[in-house]
Design a protein around this ligand. Structure first.
Ligand code: HSE
Length: 309
């Protein structure tokens, strides 16, 4: 039977000042999905590796199958498919784990059926995967995982996603402590209204970040990587967060913040060596607090998810 394998990268959502509206993709790590067409109409998750048995196998609950079901419904198809998932991203890490599985499955399904959708048209189906994973259909992980680079969600209704024409010379440090934080939980703690003062600060920073990325102006990127909405609340879940920011900036990073809903933290740097030094300095801070942490350093990824074979 016809099979396709696809890879979808991890993503950093929010990028400090773009809560729910901005994200970027990294080269690695990411999830891998293999889809095999069936000769009936069943959509089945037949195997998952790397999740220690923790992800749901039921088609209506797993992010990969939910995305595929939404896709098939949109084109009015009753095609069945077997889904094999290789989970390389840690669960509850803030690195876009649920998004990557849904995105890889969609890219593979699209290829199998002759690409009826553009990458941008796949976004709403990937958002269904997010809805099932955490109760909120945000697009700031799925859009960059599908499109690569920085993706801006200018509007949700109707959906308007813009790939930012950002500098390609930017390196990301991701430091993932061995802690787990469910997106659902770290969304529940957020305030539902924001003061005028914080709205002004956040708007200035997101506008500054967009300009800094496109010019490019690295000092402006650095000054704009600030969050007054989610980070002040979520930082409490990450031991040593403020010290880590200090050591990251001392190591030469442009800015530092929480990756998505955490607990992974990220930094952006102008060179790979600064990104590496930053990642090591932050890792040491986690270790000082008896937390093992994995480090991933990569260029901001430009191509997003891709077909392996
Ligand atoms: N924007 C989302 C949040 C991303 O911060 O809750 C979740 O990865």
């Amino acid at each position: 039977m016809k099979s396709v394998r696809a890879f979808a990268p991890a993503t950093v959502a929010n990028v400090c000042c773009g809560f729910d509206i901005l994200g970027f993709a990294v080269d690695h790590p990411g999830d891998e999905v293999k889809l095999t067409l069936r000769d009936d109409n069943l959509v089945q998750v037949v195997s998952i590796e790397g999740d220690e048995g923790r992800l749901p196998r039921e088609a209506e609950k797993n992010t990969a199958s939910v995305a595929v079901i939404s896709f098939l419904k949109a084109i009015g198809s009753s095609q069945g498919v077997d889904i094999e998932l290789k989970k390389k991203l840690p669960l509850g890490s803030g690195m876009g784990s649920s998004a990557a599985s849904g995105v890889a499955a969609l890219v593979a399904m699209n290829q199998l059926l002759g690409n009826p959708f553009t990458r941008a048209q796949l976004v709403p189906h990937a958002m269904e995967a997010e809805r099932i994973a955490c109760g909120s259909a945000h697009a700031d992980n799925v859009a960059p995982s599908l499109l690569g680079g920085f993706a801006l969600v200018r509007e949700y209704q109707p959906l308007d996603i813009i790939k930012v024409d950002a500098t390609e010379t930017l390196f990301c440090s991701l430091v993932h402590p061995h802690l787990e934080l469910k997106t659902e939980d770290s969304r529940k703690v957020l305030r539902h209204s924001i003061s005028l003062r914080d709205t002004i600060t956040q708007s200035g920073n997101i506008a500054g970040l967009m300009l800094g990325l496109t010019k490019p102006d690295y000092a402006l990127i650095g000054r704009s990587l600030k969050d007054v909405i989610a980070e002040p609340i979520r930082a409490a879940f990450i031991p040593g967060f403020e010290t880590m920011r200090k050591v990251a900036l001392e190591a030469g990073a442009l800015g530092f913040g929480i990756s998505g809903s955490g607990p992974t933290v990220f930094a952006l740097s102008e060179t790979r060596s600064k990104a590496q030094t930053t990642a090591s300095a932050v890792q040491v801070e986690f270790e000082k607090r008896q937390l093992k942490a994995d480090v991933f350093v990569s260029k901001v990824n430009q191509r997003g998810a891709y077909i392996i074979d």
